[in-house]
Design a protein around this ligand. Structure first.
Ligand code: GLN
Ligand code: ZN
Length: 779
């Protein structure tokens, strides 16, 4: 009998119940009890759902009121120093204070840093390690959740982030400390925790060690060996340990993982499928192998017959030592398809969210354990759906395919190199030194939101809506002229979201109503899904941009979302390589870029905030990703004339390791974030002569504080030490949509003033020396 289990279930609730409960608690509108009640209702619902599907082991401890890594910090009794003396604040508020910098009690404080969970769109609170970091076991939450399951008679399996991954994901805050030195202190806590869980009736505990799917150096590999041996020897009465790895193949960590003294090992058999035969060849006789065969990172139905053909021989080999599961926690997919009653039925039939994935798992289990014949009808139905997706003419578009076939090298190249273009652009736009601009969006005011809501509700028609948007655009243009900005934007009033706006207008994209996925805390995103060849039936932004340009003599930047971001922030089809989908999007955007140009828009910004986050987890895979993603960007932008200026924007500047790729995008201008680090992030430019123009964000738009002129001048001077002044732009570090007009007004006036001060004594850039500028940065 193969066993079935799950690694984790989404906690937000099918209708984001958790989000609304959290936010209402934070606002002081409801009590802690009511938040906890929502939480326990959600947990019980999830437990019951999984139990009813017949899973053998159901995860507990996968629920969180904010983040599971923060939960682990609390479990280990480890708070950052600045919170340690706040004994009078209730634990729940303490918890939210670390998460958000504030809760219902206590003065505001710096929140824990948040960062991306591997290559997902989930963000966790980074553990902070300090010289005086100490751990104490604080297992109440986990034990309570185990008890909840036990009370329902549900076979539970506690899930805990493993000690190595916990340390790895944290940050050393004090000089001279090494987080691996904390392992000796941490292991007794884990040992005590395992013993407690065993007492509480846990037969298995899932220790998540996803870092085994990363490049680990020998020190970390040795630490794994040492840690798990120590745990194994710590007590007789331990539960069995299932070591869970996910998000990729283990590669050179595989022998290490196989040799660890644990009773079971979970492998991601979606991303790491090709590695499974190697693992099986070495499989120890006494170990459970859990195979994650259902994709926990995507929303497509599984080809169950295909998976079965692959699993059956493994089942024959391992018998009940084979466990079957999703590839990773289902946290990264939406909760259920059940309520998607507005979704096209055919598209819906191709999808599988968390609940449906577990149904697929249950079906696999029956087919393995009772034989395919017992579930033949269901397997046939699955085959039919898989086939319908494979053969649907909604997926394949001949025109798109033909265009892809016909791609030639020249489509990826601007007509002339940057130095030539820059000269032509200078003549065309006649900008002052240190030209000022913004990143694209202006405040999304209540008026704007209301107009959108009313259009959707059918309370106003599209003509009225359009009028309202034009009013907003006019307002944004007048404001910018008032501040004397040099390059204007239309303000993006008509866009709810930078991906959704384009996805809704492109063929091949579709949207769900409730397909929410947790991004962090109470924040959820609803990524579109790309099911078919992407094409642009008609221009998407041209009318808005042309209208905005008609209002002013200053250059108006066209504003598009780039191919990698359009890909990265969606669920992507899995029936062709990602780079092919990226090329299709790039072609659609290329047409838009060319239409904007034809409509007289001389500057076009193609945003790529998700460019860096698309980097694969393994360094060995970087070059391939960077090659195709750079090509996709170039394909979307290279079709313009030399005197059309291509901008791009990325909301970070941790470029050190991908500098060459950034330069390779060959955008004429890139705007990035740097103000929070006092331009230190620009140090990357010391070693690499970035060849084109750059706008290092001079103030942090995430803060409501008014940026001071002097500080911005100073920051630009620091920038000018690294990059020739002739190629510098002055701009905020990201879009302004989350700010108030009042804040924007003060900030941008100051920013323009800073640019004016910088210009005093600055000679006009002489671009005929352009070729020499390349050397200047290395000098
Ligand atoms: N143009 C977008 C804006 O200004 C860019 C947003 C982003 O970088 N995420 O909002
Ligand atoms: Zn940004």
């Amino acid at each position: 009998m193969a066993r079935l289990h799950n690694l984790g279930f989404p906690r937000i609730g099918a209708h984001r119940e958790l989000k609304f409960a959290q936010e209402s608690y934070w606002k002081g509108e409801s009590s802690a009890e009511s938040l906890q009640l929502t939480a326990s209702t959600l947990r019980k619902r999830n437990l019951t759902l999984q139990n009813d599907l017949g899973l053998d082991w159901i995860p507990v401890g996968d629920f969180s009121l904010y983040d599971q890594v923060l939960d682990t910090s609390f479990l280990l009794g480890h708070l950052p120093r600045r919170f340690r003396h706040e004994q009078d604040i209730p634990t729940l508020d303490q918890y939210f204070r670390v998460a958000r910098g504030r809760s219902r009690q206590g003065a505001p404080v710096a929140a824990g840093e948040m960062t991306k969970w591997f290559d997902t769109n989930y963000h966790y609170i980074v553990p902070e390690f300090e010289a005086d970091t100490r751990f104490t076991l604080n297992a109440e939450k986990l034990l309570n959740e185990a008890q909840e399951a036990a009370d329902l008679g549900i076979p539970f399996k506690p899930v805990v982030l493993g000690p190595l991954s916990y340390l790895f994901l944290g940050k050393e805050k004090d000089n001279g400390i090494n987080k691996l030195d904390l392992l000796d202190q941490l292991l007794p806590i884990y040992a005590a925790l395992l013993a407690r869980l065993s007492e509480a009736g846990a037969q298995w505990v899932q220790l998540d060690e996803p870092i085994l799917a990363l490049d680990l150096d020998a020190t970390w590999q040795r630490a794994f060996q040492q840690a798990y041996s120590t745990l194994a020897e710590s007590s007789e009465a331990l539960p069995r340990i299932l070591l869970a790895t996910y998000f990729g193949a283990l590669q050179d960590n595989l022998p290490l993982a196989l040799g660890l003294p644990v009773q079971g090992l979970h492998l991601d058999a979606v991303r790491g499928k090709s590695e499974v035969p190697h693992a099986l060849a070495e499989w120890p006789n006494d170990k459970v192998l859990s195979l994650g065969v259902i994709d926990g990172r995507n929303i497509w139905r599984t080809d169950l017959n295909d998976v079965l053909s692959w699993l059956e021989p493994i089942h024959a080999q391992l018998g009940e030592r084979l466990w079957v599961a999703p590839s990773c926690s289902l946290l990264h997919v939406p909760v259920t398809l059940n309520d998607e009653n507005q979704l096209d039925p055919e598209l819906k039939s191709w999808l599988s969210f968390a609940e449906q994935k577990l149904q697929e798992l249950a079906l696999l289990g029956r087919a393995l354990n009772e034989g395919r014949a017992a579930v033949q009808a269901e397997l046939d139905a699955n085959a039919e759906v898989i086939n319908s997706r494979r053969t649907s003419d909604r997926v394949t578009r001949t025109t798109v395919q033909q265009r892809l076939q016909g791609l030639t090298k020249s489509l990826f190249e601007r007509q002339s190199p940057y130095v030539v273009r820059a000269e032509l652009q200078r003549e065309r736009f006649r900008l002052p030194a240190y030209p000022t601009t913004t990143i694209g969006s202006f405040p999304q005011t209540p008026d704007i939101r209301q107009a959108r809501r009313r259009l959707r509700a059918g309370e106003i028609d599209s003509v009225t809506y359009e009028q309202e948007m034009k009013t907003q655009i006019t307002l944004a243009v007048r404001e910018q002229e008032d501040y004397e900005l040099d390059v204007l934007v239309h303000g993006e009033a008509e866009r709810n979201d930078m991906v959704e706006y384009f996805g809704e207008q492109l063929d091949g994209y579709a949207f769900t109503r409730f397909g929410w996925v947790q991004s962090y805390g109470s924040r959820c995103v609803k990524p579109p899904f790309i099911y078919g060849d992407v094409a642009r039936p008609q221009a998407m932004t041209v009318a808005w941009s042309a209208f905005a340009q008609s209002l002013t003599d200053k250059p108006m930047k066209g504003m598009l979302t780039g191919p990698i971001t359009m890909l990265q922030w969606a669920f992507v089809r899995d029936d062709q390589p990602r780079q092919v989908t990226a090329q299709q999007i790039a072609l659609a955007l290329r047409d838009e870029v060319e239409d904007l140009e034809a409509a007289g828009i001389g500057m076009i910004q193609v945003d790529e905030p998700a460019f860096r986050e698309g980097l694969p987890l393994r360094r060995g895979d970087w070059a391939h990703y960077l090659a195709w993603s750079v090509q996709a960007f170039r394909l979307s932008t290279a079709g313009v004339r030399d005197d059309t200026q291509i901008h791009t924007h990325m909301c970070y500047s941790e470029f050190n390791d991908i500098m060459a790729a950034i330069a390779d995008l060959d955008a004429d201008v890139i705007t990035i974030e740097t103000s929070r680090s006092d331009m230190e992030l620009l140090d990357a430019f010391n070693d690499f002569a970035y060849p084109n123009e750059i706008g290092p964000g001079v103030y942090d738009i995430h803060s409501p504080n008014e940026p001071a002129v002097e500080r911005m001048v100073k920051l630009m001077q620091l920038a000018a030490e690294r990059i020739p002044a002739e190629r510098l732009w002055v701009n905020p570090d990201c879009g302004l949509k989350t700010r108030q007009w009042d804040e924007v007004r003060h900030a941008l006036r100051n920013m323009v003033e800073a640019a004016k001060q910088l210009r005093v004594g600055t000679a006009q850039p002489t671009f005929d020396q352009g070729a020499d500028l390349r050397q200047e940065t290395t000098a």
